[in-house]
Design a protein around this ligand. Structure first.
Ligand code: SF4
Ligand code: SF4
Ligand code: SF4
Length: 319
């Protein structure tokens, strides 16, 4: 809980000194397995802030809601979320001087569905701890232990950067970058299928899409002032919810974020029908890495997205 204390202390000081007008962090949700974004503007609200293995949301995109407000906004970011800050800065969606980045080195998060299955929904977590082997959640009544093997969140199994790549305050001890043995195993398994089977796989997935656009709305790489899917004239993709239009939506979005997707996993997390969007975006991430030999987008503020920059020495066989 040391990080949580540091977070509250830092937030309190930033608000008291007038350095920040708002702190965006996490607070307990209505059920024990859920933690929700918290928007703290007063010192007496600071103790609502929590840090535990259920703090999944990437909060970076909320910065867009305050970019034209006076004052600075402080935001809590984990390693993966911090790449989204670089994405928003590179895309000129936010300005560095308006943002205070509260970095938390994150050892990995827990699958909230497993917590929901074992803990009473009305319980409150009083102490949370993560070790190399397990997660431990203590409530007023009991301590629950989950092994990392069973409970580690899917995206955390291939985590590259536990420690934020950009931060003004680092609220815990840095955790060295990870070098996952092969972060693209699932993509490669799908690539090896014959084209008819791959096509059938994605047809089955896209046909379930509700076109709710939650995946787009949560994405830090999706920041167009007017999204192509909202345009009535010209109408690039019809509103009809069928396989053809759904496929067009997914392919257009995948290409719009190609080379810019920071692999934060938020689109995958929010999909109400569990379409494996990370598989689609990670296929493109893998191809971009193979083609351009670049790190995951957002890892460095200086490294421009490969499809958004050119040099005179670029090959031009396609011209
Ligand atoms: S991907 Fe890494 S930084 Fe992000 S939540 Fe998982 S362990 Fe934490
Ligand atoms: S969040 Fe899921 S259901 Fe909604 S538009 Fe995206 S893929 Fe479709
Ligand atoms: S496409 Fe998905 S994983 Fe990539 S940046 Fe957007 S929300 Fe994150």
């Amino acid at each position: 809980m040391k990080i949580q204390e540091n977070l509250r202390e830092t937030a309190r000081k930033l608000l008291a000194d007038g350095e920040a007008s708002l702190v965006i962090g996490y607070a307990p949700g209505s059920e024990v397995s859920r933690v929700v974004p918290a928007f703290i503007s007063r010192e007496d609200e600071v103790d609502r802030l929590v840090w535990n293995p259920l703090c999944i949301n990437n909060l970076a995109k909320y910065l867009l809601d305050y970019r034209h407000e006076p004052g600075k906004v402080a935001v809590v970011v984990k390693g993966c979320d911090s790449r989204a800050i670089n994405r928003l800065l590179q895309d000129n969606q936010i300005t560095r001087e308006k943002v205070i980045i509260l970095g938390i080195p994150c050892p990995g998060l827990i699958n909230p569905d497993l917590v929901a299955a074992r803990l009473d929904p009305g319980a409150q977590i009083t102490v949370a701890a993560v070790s190399e082997q397990d997660f431990s959640l203590q409530t007023e009544e009991e301590t629950f232990t989950f092994t990392r093997d069973e409970a580690l969140l899917k995206k955390c199994r291939d985590c590259e950067q536990h420690t934020p790549v950009i931060a003004d305050f680092m609220l815990g001890e840095e955790i060295p970058p990870n070098d996952p043995a092969d972060p693209f195993v699932a993509v490669k398994t799908l690539e090896e299928l014959p084209v008819e089977e791959r096509s059938a796989y994605w047809d089955k997935q896209f046909s379930r899409c509700l076109r709710c656009y939650a995946c787009r709305n949560v994405c830090p790489a999706c920041t167009c002032r007017e999204c192509v899917f909202d345009q009535a004239e010209p109408c690039w993709v019809a509103k009809a919810n069928n396989l053809s239009e759904n496929t067009a939506f997914h392919l257009i979005r995948a290409f719009h974020v190609a080379g810019r997707c920071v692999d934060c996993g938020e689109c995958d997390r929010v999909c109400p029908v569990n379409i494996p969007l990370s598989l689609l975006n990670r296929k493109i991430l893998k191809d971009i890495k193979d083609l351009f030999n670049v790190p995951t987008p957002g890892t460095s503020l200086e490294e421009l997205p490969p499809l958004g920059a050119f040099t005179k020495s670029d090959p031009d066989e396609f011209m």
